[in-house]
Write a protein that binds this ligand. Structure first.
Ligand code: TMP
Length: 216
């Protein structure tokens, strides 16, 4: 199973990916919890270039190509290997983030992004994508609070203007609509435990959970 967690800033997707990974492991499922940009040694180096520094550090095209350079390394060295070994892969952001941030957010041609996907990832798509939706102001407030006290500030995208973040939110909803076979939109302002239950329910409905009792 290849599951991706997508959404804007401060939507709580990383927390949910972690909770799901833990319950799966408790049931002896092999799980690789990973993230983008990053998730392999090389891609983590590229992540650092992307998420730190000034907002205008990279041109739009440099940003896209760095995201895909990181993804190529992560795909080859982490995700493909884990899937081949029968592990579940839970990925905190994947290619939908590029479509939302660089496509809807920064205006990069969607066909070009599709082409990159095809060359780097191929025909594989996530089996299931959770799209976390939240009011932009609320999400940015949460993300900023989380960064306070961190020595390395990964705040380059958070510092981009509100209009950009609103385009991203709308973009994710559009992506979810266009890919309704694999995407489920989750209201991210619900209680984390309630969101977790919803995630388990959806996986249960898809018949992929290796246990029957949802309360287990
Ligand atoms: P994170 O804070 O969720 O770890 O993600 C780092 C930032 O990278 C986040 O602000 C979204 C951004 N991003 C893109 O702009 N495009 C992408 O393709 C990915 C994976 C992340």
């Amino acid at each position: 199973m290849f599951i991706t967690f997508e959404g804007g800033e401060g939507t709580g997707k990383s927390t949910q990916a972690l909770i799901l990974a833990e319950i799966l492991k408790k049931h002896d499922v092999k799980v690789v919890l990973t993230r983008e940009p990053g998730g392999s040694p090389g891609a983590e180096i590229i992540r650092n270039l992307l998420v730190t520094g000034s907002v205008d550090r990279w041109s739009t095209m440099s940003e896209v190509l760095l995201m895909y350079a990181a993804r190529a390394d992560h795909w080859q060295n982490t995700i493909q290997c884990a899937l081949a070994q029968g592990s579940w892969v839970l990925c905190d952001r994947f290619a939908d983030s590029t479509v939302a941030y660089q496509g809807y957010g920064r205006g990069v041609d969607q066909e070009f992004l599709q082409l990159l996907y095809k060359y780097i990832v191929g025909d594989v798509q996530p089996d299931c994508t959770f799209v976390f939706d939240l009011d932009v102001d609320e999400g940015l407030k949460r993300a900023t609070a989380r960064m306070e006290g961190n020595t390395v500030v990964e705040g380059r995208f958070e510092a981009m203007d509100i209009a950009f973040h609103k385009r991203i939110r709308a973009g994710f909803l559009e992506i979810a609509k266009k890919n309704s076979n694999r995407c489920t939109v989750l209201q991210a302002n619900a209680h984390p435990q309630e969101i977790h239950r919803k995630i388990l329910n959806i996986l249960h409905e898809k018949g992929v959970l290796p246990w029957n009792n949802l309360l287990a």
